[in-house]
Write a protein that binds this ligand. Structure first.
Ligand code: SF4
Length: 401
């Protein structure tokens, strides 16, 4: 399962990189970390460097002027956009955001853990893996009852959430017929309340995807987490291609795809570009792209990772907004540690969804009252269920079923 994972990464597998690896938050005495730089060949002359910068500017301008999503991004193009000066990148992302979405609208989503712990996978950031249970002390629980889940959805709706996501700590759904039957009941029940409904249950096959669609599922979350290259440093029990296969089943069943990444695992800037390249070159962009900041959990292999630098979050969100203009970009795990002004900058640069409620899987979440007050201060408003944002042109359906 994926969304929950975001909350709990911290890694011992951190790979060394010469390219702008994650910077620690500076102490008052230390100089600020340098911004990430596009790697240059040592043979680059000042003239070649100027030409490269001109090319990068042109790529950015063309991307910003696009009237429909593109799926043929090269890694070099993504790199040219990603390494723009951050102010310029955020400003241009804000321009794109305003053309494809209503910039005042932010979707409120509540995430409930319907089955906690006991997972056989080894995701290095996750408290729900049985492998780290000794260190985390997290107790595994049975699947929640349909009634308790529907009650939680009702409370979320009363508090203003328009999307309800249910996560279960499983590798996959094989041999879980009874659980799938109950989950379909939960999906139908939540949908019947007029809410968008999302689940994250690990890997699923074609038939399971079809059944979930028939039950009324709006979206399925399955994060790719990071770049293809860095992925094996974080998870060994299933492959990147297996993740993409599940996304294919979800797409083929006509369910919206929610797939994003986790920052702060020890990945380099090049890995963040790799993550963006994976999702932005899928035949259809995910309707939802969650950006998570690792919440290091003691007892997991990544439990001692340093906090993510905020500018890395902003840069990734802004680049994602330009590359996938019609996608809903979700600030996921780690928002609890972000200052309100930092969140506002992310909304300005293209983020338009948050998780809200008391809990986000196994970690703390900003509450409804807190978010309502923030929305009031910044002139934001909750996005309605199944609402399509006004758009500039053609092929830009938003994250709605
Ligand atoms: S260990 Fe299991 S529950 Fe945790 S992120 Fe991995 S698949 Fe999901």
């Amino acid at each position: 399962m994926q969304l929950r994972c975001t909350a709990r990464l911290g890694n011992s597998h951190a790979r060394m990189s010469t390219v702008a690896a994650e910077q620690p938050v500076p102490s008052p005495a230390s100089p600020p970390p340098p911004p990430p730089q596009q790697p240059l060949s040592s043979a680059t002359t000042p003239t070649q460097d100027a030409e490269r910068q001109q090319r990068a500017k042109r790529i950015l301008q063309e991307a910003v002027a696009a009237t429909a999503p593109r799926h043929d991004w090269t890694r070099a193009e993504i790199s040219a956009i990603f390494y723009q000066p951050l102010m310029e990148l955020a400003f241009q992302a804000a321009n794109v955001h305003r053309r494809f979405h209503n910039p005042s609208e932010v979707q409120l989503c509540t995430l409930m853990n319907i089955k906690t712990g006991g997972c056989s996978e080894d995701c290095s950031y996750c408290a729900q893996s049985t492998r780290y249970q000794k260190g985390t002390g997290l107790e595994a629980k049975r699947v929640e009852s349909v009634e308790s889940v529907l009650e939680a959805a009702r409370i979320a709706k009363e508090n203003g959430s328009t999307r309800f996501c249910m996560g279960a700590a499983w590798r996959d759904m094989r041999g879980r017929k009874n659980s799938l039957r109950n989950i379909k009941e939960m999906v139908s029940g939540v949908k019947g309340m007029g809410m968008e409904v999302c689940v994250t249950l690990g890997m699923i096959d074609e038939q399971q995807a079809k059944e979930l669609k028939e039950a009324g599922l709006t979206a399925y979350n399955h994060n790719v987490d990071t770049s293809r290259e860095f992925y094996p440093s974080i998870i060994s029990t299933r492959t990147y291609d297996e993740r993409l296969k599940t996304l294919g089943h979800v797409r083929d069943a006509g369910i919206n795809v929610c797939s994003g990444g986790i920052l702060g695992l020890g990945e380099s800037s090049e890995d963040r570009i790799g993550l963006l390249h994976t999702v932005a070159t899928l035949p259809s962009h995910p309707e939802s792209f969650p950006v998570n900041a690792l919440v290091p959990i003691k007892g997991t292999p990544l439990g001692d990772r340093k906090p993510l630098e905020f500018t890395s979050m902003l840069r990734t969100i802004a680049a994602a907004r330009i590359l996938m203009p019609a996608t809903i970009i979700r600030i996921a795990a780690g928002r609890k540690t972000m200052a309100e002004e930092q969140q506002a900058l992310c909304f300005m640069a293209g983020a338009n969804a948050i998780f809200t409620g008391e809990k986000m899987l196994t970690t703390e979440c900003n509450g409804w009252d807190e978010d309502a007050a923030m929305f009031g201060r910044w002139g934001l408003e909750p996005m309605k269920s199944f609402q399509k944002s006004p758009v500039a042109a053609g092929d830009v359906a938003a994250d709605q079923a």
